[in-house]
Design a protein around this ligand. Structure first.
Ligand code: FRU
Length: 554
């Protein structure tokens, strides 16, 4: 990576820059970044720092001013970046190499040339370059020292044009106001020489001989200006961009190199301008061809790179496609395998289902048969129960008659009442069985009558008074005071209540408590009477209580 910091922006610099870019294109591993300022030293210091920070591998600088840029160049060298100075120098030797003309020598020869042109006598004006640049100081030194041998050649005016055409024109106009008889003007570069030309054509007086520096070929260059008669002479100040880059390559690749690389100069005037222009135009043409070849090469390289990318992408896509196909084939194989296994499992399940169905059917038949047998047994049982009723009634009739007889002994009466009681008991049990059967067959009838539930329960509870005394327990009946006039089957409810109380008596402890409560409860908008019977002593476990304890009567 090469960084280039140019101090100004004009034809000379653009020519040099394109030479550098062209030359760099011959080195495939070389990249070049050019930063240009317009004679702004402060900005150039910033640009140099930028390249140090990158860091670039090599720095090429044309210092706008020598003193101010010296620390920046030294800093770059100290940080290990080789620095090539071009065209202008700094105030120290801390740089890697220099490429450019010898400004002193060039101006010295130019001075001798001027003296020759003037025939050793005449008035001279000097339009100087950018103050502080070595190009300006060395050119001034070379020129004045050459003229010192010609006492009749006098520098009568000096002005600063800063290497700029417009500034030179203005300065020359000022000079011409006071020095009408100037014979020769030395402008330190061709753009300023052209500015001087523009200033002189406005004056009718005698036209001075104008000499510049650079003598660039091509349109707008010094050689063309001489041919056109705009200026009279110029000294070639070679740009040498190609040389700078090949030197940079030598330094970067560790080859031997020369520190001071002085480019040759030569005078150009009317006598050789035409030949030079012809020769250089051929060079320019071949350079343009090189540029064209370079462009073609670049586009071919881009196309090649694109095609290569396309080729690799296609290759990758193909590989991916193959992978996907392989994957799909494997997935298909696995799927078919799973499918076959599933089919087998399905068949097995179906077979088991058939077996289960068969078993179920067999069980169903069995249970139907069982039900039928049970039913037959029950029917038989009921019928037999009915059959018991008649003989029992027939027993009870004579027993009653016998008990009515007056001549019975106490013992006989007692035995007869035992027969009577047990016969009634048997009759009661048989009617219970018959009723149970009715219930089972869904034929049990309920007979609702409207009664006062409170009185009903009180009366039934009283029947247990005797029993209560015997067992020495407390029996209480509490109501919430509501009106319990409602419809219920007295006989059924009596059985239920008796059952509950009998159980309570069975499980109550000695001197324990039996409590009956009658309350109302709202359930889903309906009003219910709730009878609950509880006792101390052993009791029904919680879970079972939930199932059995609540007797709701609507
Ligand atoms: C270009 C230029 C040239 C001149 C040189 C001096 O920027 O002004 O015309 O010869 O710089 O450094």
């Amino acid at each position: 990576m090469i960084g280039v910091s140019q101090c100004s922006d004009d034809l000379w610099r653009t020519t040099m820059n394109s030479e550098m870019v062209r030359e760099a294109s011959f080195y495939p591993d070389m990249a070049i970044e050019i930063k240009t300022v317009k004679d702004d030293t402060r900005q150039q210091i910033i640009d140099v720092q930028y390249f140090i920070d990158q860091p670039v591998d090599l720095l090429i600088v044309s210092p706008n001013e020598s003193a101010t840029l010296t620390p920046s160049i030294e800093k770059a060298c100290q940080s290990g970046i080789p620095v090539i100075l071009i065209d202008r120098k700094i105030d120290s030797d801390t740089y890697t190499a220099y490429v450019g003309g010898d400004n002193y020598q060039l101006a010295y020869e130019l001075g001798l040339y001027a003296a020759r042109v003037l025939g050793g006598k005449g008035e001279v004006a000097v339009i100087r370059g950018f103050e502080g640049s070595t190009a300006d100081t060395e050119r001034y030194q070379g020129f004045t020292e050459a003229l010192s041998a010609y006492p009749d050649v006098k520098i009568v005016a000096e002005a600063r044009g800063g290497f700029l055409k417009e500034e030179a024109r203005k300065q020359m106009e000022k000079i011409l106001e006071t020095h009408k008889e100037i014979d020769l003007v030395f402008a330190m570069n061709d753009p300023m020489a052209l500015g001087v030309h523009d200033a002189t054509i406005r004056y009718s007086g005698h036209r001075p001989f104008i000499i510049g520096i650079d003598a660039l070929y091509g349109p707008g260059g010094g050689i063309e200006s001489i041919e056109k008669g705009l200026i009279d002479a110029s000294f070639i100040y070679p740009t040498g961009g190609d040389k700078v880059i090949s030197l940079a390559y030598q330094i970067l690749t560790g080859q031997e190199y020369t520190k001071e690389n002085i480019l040759h100069t030569a005078a150009v005037d009317k006598t050789n301008a035409r030949v030079l222009q012809l020769q250089t135009s051929q060079i320019v043409e071949s350079q343009l061809k090189t540029d064209r070849i370079n462009e073609l090469l670049d586009t071919s390289l881009i196309r090649y790179a694109n095609q290569r990318t396309l080729f690799y992408s296609s290759l990758l896509a193909l590989a991916l496609l193959i992978a996907v196909l392989l994957f799909a084939a494997r997935a298909y194989r696995l799927k078919s395998k799973a499918h076959r296994q599933l089919a087998r499992q399905n068949e097995e399940i179906k077979r088991q289902a058939d077996i289960l169905k068969e078993q179920k059917e067999r069980l169903e038949t069995l249970s139907a048969q069982l039900e039928e047998a049970t039913h037959a047994k029950l029917v038989f049982f009921t019928n037999i129960s009915h059959e018991f009723k008649t003989p029992l009634s027939l027993i009870l009739g004579p027993v009653d008659s016998l008990m009515a007889a007056k001549n019975l002994t106490g013992k006989q009466h007692e035995m007869l009442s035992l027969v009577k009681r047990n016969s009634h008991r048997l009759l009661f049990l048989i009617s219970e069985i018959i009723e149970f059967r009715r219930y089972e067959n869904g034929k049990m009838n309920v007979y609702f009558t409207r009664n006062d539930l409170t009185t009903f329960l009180e009366e039934l509870t009283l029947l247990f008074e005797e029993y209560r005394h015997r067992k020495n327990v407390t029996l209480s009946l509490e109501t919430d005071g509501s009106d319990f006039q409602l419809w219920f089957d007295k006989e059924k409810l009596e059985k239920v209540y008796f059952n509950l109380l009998s159980n309570a008596f069975k499980y109550v402890n000695e001197s324990g408590k039996i409590k009956v409560t009658l309350t109302t409860q709202d359930q889903e908008g309906e009003k219910y009477a709730v009878i609950s019977v509880s006792n101390t002593g052993s009791y029904i476990p919680g879970m079972e209580q939930k199932i059995y304890s609540n007797a709701f009567i609507k």
